[in-house]
Design a protein around this ligand. Structure first.
Ligand SMILES: [Zn+2]
Length: 75
C-alpha cells in the first residue's frame, strides 16, 4: 500500500525544491528535487540510490501548506 509522506521543504532555489522519498523497494530515503514550475501534480521515475530499483514518484504540491507530498511505487 502506498503511503503519502509529507516532505518538509529544506532548500529552495528558484522553483527547485529539495525533497525526499522512501524507496518502495528497500525503504531507504532518497533525495530528489521537485521542480515546482512543472506543476502541482507530477509523476516521474527516479532510481533508488541504494538498491537501484526504479521508483515511480507521484508528487503533489499543496499550495496552502506549501508542502510537497511524494509517494513512491515500484515500476
Ligand atoms: Zn531502494
Amino acid at each position: 500500500m502506498a503511503v503519502w509522506v509529507p516532505v518538509a521543504r529544506e532548500l529552495r532555489h528558484n522553483c527547485i525544491m529539495e525533497a525526499g522519498f522512501q524507496c518502495a523497494g528497500c525503504g531507504e530515503w532518497n533525495a530528489t528535487n521537485v521542480d515546482e514550475s512543472a506543476g502541482r501534480r507530477q509523476s516521474y521515475i527516479e532510481d533508488c540510490q541504494v538498491c537501484c530499483k526504479p521508483n515511480i514518484l507521484r508528487v503533489e504540491y499543496d499550495t496552502a501548506s506549501q508542502e510537497v507530498f511524494i509517494v513512491a511505487v515500484l515500476e
